[in-house]
Design a binder for this molecule. Structure first.
Ligand code: 5RP
Length: 234
């Protein structure tokens, strides 16, 4: 099902679209509860909007050090996910989302904690601008978090599937995630069966988390478009 909320007539920048969907996500936050919070530039807009209703929620479970710091700076209490058995809703962005709510995530290197918080949530609400909507996952480089000693083996396994994988760098050195691991980014894949792909790659030795979110797919996507917020329900 698709519904739209009109924006104003002038074209919006990508940043304004992110602000629009970040604010629109507030309608899914359950008053009196703890909300699951993702990571990224779109989620930052959501966190800023969440601050306007911080007195109506208990707090948040966060998927990254960066989001935790932003939440706390705005006075929103952050809970350890181990202390929160269940969340009604998890709000997060995506690098790609298809017409069934399957996503590629991890552009911000937070995919492992994102998948953990998504798994403890009843509903995943994805917030994204319309450039993220794709027919088939694979146009965006697929992030995979790996144990450092498995990196070359994982790269070779992706090469055997026709993918071109490389270690993500920061300042010329391998980027180290919040969990102390590396990220491998894979291009050249067409992920036609996201569930099977996620199940397979998750079994490879040394893979901590693959950035395909099919088991933890979105139930709702708030898509920022030139015509306003388009709501996709899966
Ligand atoms: C971080 C993520 C983000 O949700 C994804 O990269 C989208 O980010 P942005 O909202 O900045 O486009 O998965 O690991």
């Amino acid at each position: 099902m698709t519904t739209s909320t009109p924006a104003n007539a002038s074209p919006l920048t990508q940043d304004q679209l992110k602000t629009l969907v970040g604010r629109a996500a507030l309608q899914y936050v359950v008053p009196g509860e703890i909300v699951g919070v993702g990571t990224g530039s779109t989620v930052n807009k959501f966190i800023d909007a969440l601050a306007t209703m911080k007195d109506q929620i208990k707090g948040a479970v966060s998927s990254s050090v960066a989001s935790t710091e932003r939440l706390q700076a705005l006075g929103i209490p952050v809970f350890d996910s181990n202390d929160v058995p269940r969340l009604s809703v998890y709000i997060d962005g995506a690098d790609e989302i298809d017409g069934h709510g399957n996503m590629v995530k991890g552009g911000g290197a937070a995919l492992t904690r994102e998948k953990i918080v998504a798994a403890q949530s009843e509903r995943f609400v994805c917030i994204a601008d319309e450039s993220k909507l794709v027919q088939t996952l694979g146009a965006f480089a697929l992030p995979v978090e790996v144990i450092p000693m498995s990196t070359q083996r994982v790269i070779a396994q992706f090469a055997a599937k026709g993918g071109n994988a490389s270690v993500r760098l920061k300042d010329g050195q391998p980027l180290v995630t919040d969990n102390g691991q590396y990220i491998v980014d894979v291009t050249g894949l067409q992920i036609v069966d996201p569930l099977a792909f996620e199940a397979e790659v998750s079994q490879w030795p040394g893979v901590v988390t693959v950035g395909v979110f099919a088991f933890q797919r979105a139930q709702v996507c708030l898509l920022g478009t030139a015509n306003g917020v388009r709501t996709l329900e899966f």
